[in-house]
Ligand binder design. Structure first.
Ligand SMILES: [Zn+2]
Ligand SMILES: [Zn+2]
Length: 160
């Protein structure tokens, strides 16, 4: 399991990763990585564009995100709404899981305590192994309703 990279080290790792693909780590790409690093979960292109520190114009946001995804710097997830959301790849941030809101599609990171993670890994490895499958990794998404949607739904049900 990787440990999260501090900021300067993160940018150096990303710069090296992109250099291997002969891609320059421009100010714009750096601002995308910095903004995603500050987020508490995967974010959409629209959300990233709204960041005050963003140095990539909206028009080239999708292109920038797909370059970073193809170079394995970013990983793309789809919320329950099917909209692509981007986060740093696990080799940069460490292993973690997600809470996915079935109402608005928002995804937030959740840290699983070490003992729970090890139980989870044992279960996943044995399920895969029983099926004759060599397990490399797992992705866990906990589906539910986020706090904001929960409050909105409660208010709506009261007023109807
Ligand atoms: Zn929600
Ligand atoms: Zn896990």
């Amino acid at each position: 399991m990787a440990t999260p990279a501090p900021s300067t080290e993160l940018h150096e790792l990303v710069r090296e990763q992109l250099a291997a693909d002969e891609i320059r780590y421009t100010t714009g790409r750096r601002s995308v990585v910095a903004t995603i690093q500050m987020a508490s979960g995967p974010r959409t292109a629209a959300e990233l564009s709204r960041s005050p520190r963003m140095a990539v114009p909206v028009s080239s946001m999708y292109r920038t995100l797909s370059i970073l995804e193809e170079s394995d710097v970013l990983r793309k997830h789809h919320g329950s709404d099917g909209v692509g959301r981007y986060e740093l790849a696990e080799w940069l941030t460490g292993h973690h899981h997600h809470l996915v809101c079935v109402s608005c599609g928002a995804i937030e990171d959740i840290e699983v305590p070490r003992h729970a993670e090890s139980e989870l890994k044992t279960i996943v490895d044995s399920l895969g192994g029983d099926a004759g499958f060599r397990v490399l990794d797992h992705v866990l998404e906990i589906e539910g309703v986020c706090h904001a949607c929960d409050e909105r739904l409660t208010t709506e049900s009261r007023s109807s």
